[in-house]
Ligand binder design. Structure first.
Ligand SMILES: NC(=O)C1=CN([C@@H]2O[C@H](COP(=O)(O)OP(=O)(O)OC[C@H]3O[C@@H](n4cnc5c(N)ncnc54)[C@H](OP(=O)(O)O)[C@@H]3O)[C@@H](O)[C@H]2O)[C@@H](O)CC1
Ligand SMILES: Nc1ncnc2c1ncn2[C@@H]1O[C@H](COP(=O)(O)OP(=O)(O)O)[C@@H](O)[C@H]1O
Ligand SMILES: [K+]
Length: 507
C-alpha cells in the first residue's frame, strides 16, 4: 500500500524529527537515498556526467549533497545554480568533492543566448532535478522554466522528492514541469505523485525512508497485494454470493447494457438480474444467457418484477427520458447499495438540488462513477478545471453529494464523504480510454457491492481490477508492444486480472 501525506503533515513530521536529530542529519538521509538510486541507475559511476539542477531551497540542498556523494565515487558532476540564493553547506560540499559549478550569473547568460543551454548540457548521462520539492508553488518562475525546457533529451532524469513544477499536494501542473524517469521521494509519497497530471511526470517513484513518524495519510494507493475480495465458501450459494440488478440500455444505446452485465458477471456476482425495455433485454439475453432478465414496460413504476438484489447498477446507456428518471428514482429509493453511472448521473444532474439531495440521502451506500464531464454537470463546475484539480473536486463531490464518488480518467480517484483518505488507482492505462470501458467498470463495482464490500473499497478495488484487466488485454506478453483494446477485451480479461490477486487465506 502506498501512503501519501500532504505537505503540511510532512513538514510537521520533519520538524518533530529534526528536533531530535543532529543538524542536517535528515537532509543527509535524503541525499544518501537519492545518490544510491542514481548510482544504481547509472551502473558505472566513474566518468559519467551528472547535471544537478539546483533551486534556492532545501530541495536544491538534497541535490547538492547527493551530487557530492556521486562525485566522490568518480562521477563528473556539474551544478547549474538556478537561484541567486543556494544551500551554502551543500554547495561547499559539492565543491570539496570536486564538482563543477555553473553560477547563477553564467546560467542566466547562457539561457538568454540563442541556443540556450542545450549545447552546454549535451553529453549528460543523468540529470538530478533539485529545483523545487514540497516548497514548489505555482508555475516555475525565473530561470527554472527555461532550464527545464533545455534538458538533454537522452539523459536519464531523476527528480528529487517531487518533479519540479508539480504541486506536491495536488498533482497540479501549471506550465513547465520536469519529466522524470524516476522520482526519489522522502519519508512518504506526496499526493501529487499519485494523481495526474503530476503522476505522469513522476515516472517510477522510489520511496526513501528517512524515519518520519506520520499521521493518517491523505491519499492511499493499493497495490494488487492489497486487493482482497470475498471468495465463495463451501456453504455459498448464488444468493449469498450477491445478486446484482442492472438497469441499463435504451433503444439508442444497447451495447452499454451488454457491457455492464458482462462486467457484473465477470466480477463474481452470484447472479445478475437485468431489466430494461424488450429489445435491449433480447440483446442481453442473447449475449449472456447467464443473466436473469425482465422486460419492463416504459411506464413501469416499481422494480418489484425484477426480483430481490443486493445491489443495483443504474445508468449505462439509459438515456435521460422519463423512463430513465423512474428507474433512477426506484433504484435510489431501495434499501440496498446503488451505483449510479453515465446517464443515471445525467438524470441526477438534471434534477433540482433539493430533489437530488433527497434521493441521495439514503441509509444504504451510494456510489457515483462520473468522468470529468459528468462530474462537471453534477457540480456545475468546469470540466477542464476538474481535470486539472482532480483531488479537490472528488473530495468536494463526495461531501456535497453525500455519496462515494469515483472520478474516472487518467488517474481514477475514490472519495467518501468526510475526512477519509482518498483512494487513488495506479493500474489505469491510457488504453482504457475507449468507448464502453466505463460500462464494464460499473457492472464490476456493482458485483463487489453485492458481495458486501464497503462502497469505497468496492469502487477502488473495481478500478484496480479494471485497469489491470486493460493492461493484460493490451499486453498479454510484457516482452511485446501493447495493442489497442476494446471494452469487450477488458471484460474478458477480468478473470486474468482476478487471478493476479493474492490467494485467499483459507479455502
Ligand atoms: N525540511 C526537511 O527537514 C527536509 C527537507 N528535505 C527537502 O527539502 C525540500 C523542501 O525544501 P524547501 O522547504 O526549502 O522548499 P523547496 O521545495 O526547495 O522549494 C523552495 C524554493 O523553491 C523556490 N520556488 C518555489 N516555487 C517556485 C516556482 N514556482 N518557481 C521558481 N521557484 C520556486 C523558492 O523560491 P521563493 O519562493 O522563496 O522565491 C525556494 O527557493 C523537500 O522537498 C526535500 O527535498 C529533505 O532534505 C528531507 C529533510
Ligand atoms: N487517459 C486515461 N488513462 C487511464 N484510464 C483512462 C483514461 N481515460 C479514460 N480512462 C478510463 O477509461 C474508462 C472510461 O470510462 P467512461 O468515460 O465512462 O467511458 P464509457 O462511457 O464510454 O464507458 C474509465 O475507467 C476511465 O477511468
Ligand atoms: K525536484
Amino acid at each position: 500500500m502506498r501512503h501519501a501525506h500532504s505537505v503540511e503533515k510532512v513538514r510537521a513530521a520533519e520538524a518533530e524529527l529534526m528536533a531530535r536529530l543532529p543538524e542536517g542529519a535528515l537532509m543527509q538521509r535524503a541525499a544518501a537515498g537519492l545518490a544510491s538510486v542514481c548510482a544504481r541507475l547509472l551502473g558505472r559511476l566513474y566518468g559519467t556526467r551528472v547535471l544537478l539542477l539546483v533551486g534556492g531551497g532545501n530541495n536544491g540542498g538534497d541535490a547538492l549533497y547527493a551530487g557530492a556523494r556521486l562525485a566522490r565515487r568518480g562521477a563528473r558532476v556539474t551544478a547549474a545554480l538556478a537561484s541567486p540564493r543556494i544551500h551554502e553547506e551543500g554547495l561547499a560540499d559539492l565543491r570539496a568533492a570536486g564538482g563543477r559549478v555553473l553560477s547563477f550569473a553564467l546560467l542566466e547568460e547562457l539561457l538568454s543566448t540563442d541556443g540556450g543551454a542545450v549545447g552546454t548540457f549535451a553529453g549528460t548521462d543523468l540529470v538530478i532535478d533539485g529545483l523545487t520539492g514540497i516548497g514548489g508553488r505555482g508555475a516555475l518562475r525565473g530561470l527554472y522554466a527555461p532550464l527545464v525546457r533545455d534538458l538533454p533529451e537522452d539523459a536519464a532524469v531523476v527528480a528529487c522528492d517531487v518533479p519540479s513544477g508539480v504541486d506536491a499536494d495536488t498533482g497540479e501542473v501549471e506550465g513547465e514541469a520536469v519529466r522524470a524517469d524516476v522520482t526519489v521521494t522522502f519519508g512518504t509519497f506526496k499526493p501529487g505523485l499519485l494523481i495526474d497530471p503530476g503522476a505522469s511526470y513522476a515516472g517510477v517513484v522510489e520511496l526513501v525512508d528517512i524515519g518520519l513518524d506520520l499521521p493518517e495519510p491523505d491519499v492511499i494507493a493499493h497495490t494488487t497485494a492489497d486487493v482482497r475480495l470475498p471468495r465463495p465458501l463451501p456453504e455459498s450459494d448464488k444468493y449469498r454470493r450477491g445478486v446484482v440488478g442492472v438497469l441499463a440500455g435504451s433503444s439508442e444505446f444497447t451495447g452499454a447494457a451488454v457491457l455492464a452485465v458482462g462486467g457484473a458477471l465477470h466480477g463474481g456476482a452470484g447472479m445478475v438480474r437485468f431489466a430494461s425495455s424488450e429489445p435491449v433485454v433480447e440483446l442481453v439475453r442473447g449475449r449472456w444467457p447467464e443473466a436473469v432478465t425482465t422486460s419492463l414496460p416504459s411506464d413501469a413504476q416499481s422494480l418489484e418484477p425484477v426480483g430481490r438484489v443486493q445491489a443495483w447498477v443504474v445508468g449505462p446507456g439509459l438515456s435521460v427520458d422519463s423512463r430513465a428518471h423512474r428507474l433512477v428514482h426506484a433504484a435510489l429509493e431501495s434499501d440496498v447499495p446503488v451505483l449510479v453511472d453515465a446517464d443515471g448521473l445525467n438524470v441526477l444532474a438534471g434534477m433540482s438540488e433539493p430533489l437530488r439531495r433527497g434521493l441521495l440521502d439514503r441509509a444504504a451506500p451510494t456510489v457515483l462513477t462520473p468522468h470529468a464531464g459528468e462530474l462537471a454537470r453534477l457540480l456545475g463546475a468546469d470540466r477542464s478545471d476538474i481535470e486539472a484539480r482532480r483531488l479537490a473536486h472528488v473530495r468536494r463531490a463526495a461531501d456535497e453529494l453525500g455519496a462515494t464518488v469515483l472520478l474516472k480518467g487518467s488517474t481514477t480517484l475514490v472519495a467518501a464523504p468526510g475526512a477519509h483518505p482518498v483512494l487513488a488507482n495506479l493500474t489505469g492505462t491510457p488504453w482504457l480510454a475507449t468507448a464502453g470501458t466505463g460500462d464494464v467498470l460499473s457492472g464490476l463495482i456493482g458485483a463487489l457491492l453485492a458481495a458486501g464490500l464497503p462502497a469505497p473499497e468496492a469502487a477502488a478495488h473495481g478500478a484496480h481490477l479494471h485497469g489491470l484487466a486493460a493492461r493484460l488485454a493490451a499486453a498479454p506478453d510484457p516482452a511485446l508492444s501493447p495493442a489497442p483494446v476494446t471494452a469487450f477485451d477488458v471484460l474478458t480479461s477480468l478473470p486474468a486480472a482476478l487471478r493476479r490477486l493474492p490467494a485467499p487465506a483459507s479455502p
